[in-house]
Design a protein around this ligand. Structure first.
Ligand SMILES: O=C(O)CCC(=O)C(=O)O
Ligand SMILES: [Fe+2]
Length: 224
């Protein structure tokens, strides 16, 4: 099936990296990965498409990003791309919310969400891109963060709630993997120190890595 699985001595298996943080390898079958990739390609187009994120300190993030539902900027959420072309953020589709809930159910065994999933951050890692240790703390809800990976494999570093440093666990995330962090792990520091170029399944047809993180904003649904 997937090239990354060929030659594997042991099948990769579910692991609880920390209480509330679960990795489910190969969660998305290849055809669902292809569908999600096609959707990402459409979302990445302007207006409100893929952009380089500038941080308040004057730096830029090396992974480029596009958002759905709510536009994330360092450090908050808006209805429009306030730090880009100013266009309204693209809508968050119902099917993506259903996928998020399914992910929470499969990973944590429960799916009591305070309100529907309504945010997607899609990060595109080209050669050399990475993401520093940070917390996902701009949401007003504590529902689990659901992360889906497509394309090249990466090292996903999952740490603790106290600091950016140790202890942390390095997990390899590959195309189709699900990673969910909620409960006591919801505000843990995490990051992507490395992406392995050319390690994705060739038949997917993606150079680089895409990560889709799904979140609950905890904000009232804005009037249309
Ligand atoms: O790319 C990843 O796996 C992590 C992305 C992430 O942590 C984020 O978007 O906040
Ligand atoms: Fe994050």
């Amino acid at each position: 099936m997937m090239a990354v699985m060929s030659g594997e001595l042991f099948p990769r298996s579910r692991s609880e990296v920390a209480p509330g943080a679960v990795h489910l390898p190969d969660w998305l079958p290849p055809e669902r990965q292809r569908e999600l990739l096609e959707a990402c390609r459409a979302w990445a187009l302007p207006p409100a498409g893929l952009r380089t994120v500038r941080t308040p300190g004057g730096g830029t993030m090396s992974a480029r990003q596009v958002c759905l539902g709510w536009h994330w900027y360092p450090y908050g959420y808006a209805r429009t791309v306030t730090d880009g072309d100013g266009a309204p953020v693209k809508p968050f589709p119902q099917w993506l919310g259903d996928l998020a809930r399914q992910g929470v159910r499969d990973a944590l065994g429960v799916a009591e969400c305070s309100s529907p999933y309504d945010i997607a951050l899609i990060n595109f890692y080209e050669e050399g891109a990475r993401m520093g240790m940070h917390r996902d703390s701009d949401e007003d809800a504590d529902d689990p963060v659901v992360s889906l990976s497509l394309g090249d494999a990466c090292v996903f570093r999952f740490g603790n709630v106290e600091s950016r440093g140790r202890p942390y666990v390095d997990v390899e995330l590959r195309s189709g993997d699900l990673f969910v962090f909620g409960g006591p792990a919801r505000l843990a520091y995490h990051g992507v120190p490395r992406v392995e170029p050319g390690s994705g399944p060739p038949e997917l047809g993606l150079r680089g890595r895409l990560n889709i993180t799904l979140r609950v904003s905890g904000r009232p649904i804005p009037a249309a």
